[in-house]
Design a protein around this ligand. Structure first.
Ligand code: NOJ
Length: 527
């Protein structure tokens, strides 16, 4: 299969944060058997593939993004045999499977790092990571961890090691051929087990300027001038991985997690012979504003079209405040650098829900593929009052921020928390009306809206890959575009209802029309 025909060009990929998805053994922690049990739910939802957050053996300091063994499953999630069975079950249900590859860092409990610590300064074992002497009592440079504080931790023997995330996540040295060879082998290990692709964690972080210069008070933009984000050398690695994956027949894909300042830099990751797709974080962070959304949509399509790659449309994931909450605030967009500033500020959840419904129809109508983060199809909101004693996110201790509010276990059934199983974080009692059981069959529910939209996506040739044409005479504040053959989508972000044009029948709407008008904060599909 060539790129042009690749399944990822229009796939809807459902993100499974295993720990919080479904718990089969009743210990409060979601597991692989829980995912297996819920495959009929995902099939009925109508998604095409699953992206599984890391499931490898891990001390779970950062939800599994601290991998101790890339070729084994964490016992809290299940076994390697169970993982193989899940992959087979997914395929049986017609679902593809992407696993999460974590190449920027290992766990400090990984065999390599333990060997590096005991082998001592100057050893080949330390050369797999970034070990350096300090500057007097100070760390080797001024780099900061994404979770707050210095990016360096000192060992008792005096040397420091680099970690762009938690101290338990030492950064690998991608200049070292052993690291390259090891990850080729890890890719093959999972490809041999039938996975359909990989989500690449911190795809913009692997290459570092080996002279490890200070960044200074005014960091350069992410890109070739930055010592560790989005350096040009990183593309060599992806060209190499592309050769590895292509040897498996051409229908496996890579998706990059890369937080960059500029979509034209993102497009470089999805050039021919590199990765296939990348998460569209410009769309995710965009305010609920027609002009801003249209600008992001146009920029995305232009930049990605230039390199022949499909767009992806993403509203939420396990690292950001759930969009029902974001869209219910006075300030609806955010910048990655200060992503937590609005945390806990007032929110109108009814408004957030209306907009989230409209955003679902918008994102599923745009050209390309889409991601659904578990629970957005149920209309879950961010839980911002978690008991501090239960917070596990490492950024809590280092920076007073937590992403756990979007990782609260899904409510499946019943009328009291925990809804349908034990839960490692408490669910709001109000989620009683949001359980999958309660929403199933209720035509006004978020779940049925997603099901309808996803089933139409499969049915209508206009949806998925392709292009769009904006209506030239759309009212200010209204997103209005056509896709051929015979499809039109309108989203009303203005402050009054708009007349729904004649000439097509309403096939889906996020809110009831009132006298032929589309209410504020609503979307409609015409076909
Ligand atoms: C991005 C992941 O999505 C996030 O959850 C994790 O903390 C960092 N990368 C570090 O691996």
């Amino acid at each position: 299969m060539t790129d042009v025909a690749g399944w990822w060009r229009d796939a809807v990929i459902y993100q499974v944060y295993i720990r919080s998805f479904a718990d089969a053994d009743g210990d409060g922690i979601g597991d692989i058997d829980g995912v297996r049990l819920r495959l009929p739910y995902l099939r009925a939802l109508g998604v095409d593939a699953l992206w599984l957050n890391p499931w490898y053996r891990s001390p779970m300091v950062d939800g599994g993004y601290d991998v101790a063994d890339y070729r084994d499953i964490d016992p809290s999630f299940g076994t390697l045999a169970g993982a193989e069975e899940l992959i087979a079950d997914c395929h049986h249900h017609g679902l593809r499977v992407l696993v999460d590859l974590v190449p920027n860092h290992t766990s400090d409990q990984h065999a390599w790092f333990r060997e590096a610590v005991s082998a001592g300064p100057g050893s080949a074992e330390r050369a797999r990571y970034w070990f350096r002497p300090g500057r007097g009592d100070a760390p080797p440079n001024d780099w900061r961890s994404s979770f707050g504080g210095s990016a360096w931790t000192q060992l008792p023997d005096g040397e420091w090691y680099l970690h762009l995330f938690a101290p338990e996540q030492p950064d690998l040295n991608w200049d070292n051929p052993e690291v390259l060879a090891e990850f080729d082998s890890i890719l093959r290990f999972w490809l041999d087990r039938g996975v359909d692709g990989f989500r690449i964690d911190v795809a913009h972080g692997l290459a570092k300027d080996a002279s490890l210069p200070d960044i200074g008070a005014e960091p350069p933009p992410r890109g070739s001038a930055h010592p560790h984000w989005d350096r040009d050398e990183v593309h060599e690695i992806y060209r190499r991985w592309r050769r590895v994956i292509d040897a498996y027949g051409g229908d496996r894909e890579f998706v990059a997690e890369a937080w960059l300042d500029d979509i034209s830099r993102l497009a470089r990751y999805v050039r021919p012979h590199e990765l296939h797709t990348a998460f569209n974080f410009d769309f995710l962070t965009c305010p609920w504003d027609a002009a801003a959304l249209r600008a992001v949509i146009d920029k995305t399509l232009t930049a990605l079209h230039a390199v022949g790659a499909p767009a992806t449309w993403v509203l939420s994931n396990h690292d950001v405040v759930r969009h029902r909450t974001r869209y219910g605030r006075a300030e609806t967009g955010f910048a990655f650098a200060d992503r937590r500033r609005l945390y806990g500020s007032p929110v109108d959840l009814a408004l957030g829900e209306r907009r989230a419904r409209a955003a679902a129809l918008l994102s599923l109508a745009l050209p390309g593929g889409a991601y659904v983060y578990q629970g957005e199809e149920l209309g879950l909101w961010e839980v911002e009052d978690l008991p501090v004693s239960l917070i596990r996110d490492p950024s809590w201790a280092r920076a007073g921020e937590t992403r756990d509010g979007c990782r609260v276990p899904l409510p499946w059934s019943g009328t009291e928390p925990p809804f349908g199983g034990a839960a490692w974080l408490p669910q709001p009692r109000e989620w009683e009306v949001l359980t999958a059981e309660r929403q199933t069959g209720d035509p006004d529910s978020m779940l049925e809206l997603y099901r309808r939209a996803l089933s139409l996506r499969k049915e209508l040739p206009a949806l998925g890959d392709g292009g769009l044409v904006w209506e030239p005479d759309a009212r200010r504040g209204v997103l209005d575009f056509r896709r051929e053959p015979g499809f039109r989508c309108l989203v009303n972000l203005s402050d009054s209802p708009v007349v729904v044009p004649s000439g097509g029948s309403v096939i889906a709407s996020s809110a009831p029309l009132t006298s032929g008008r589309l209410p504020v904060d609503a979307a409609v599909w015409l076909g």
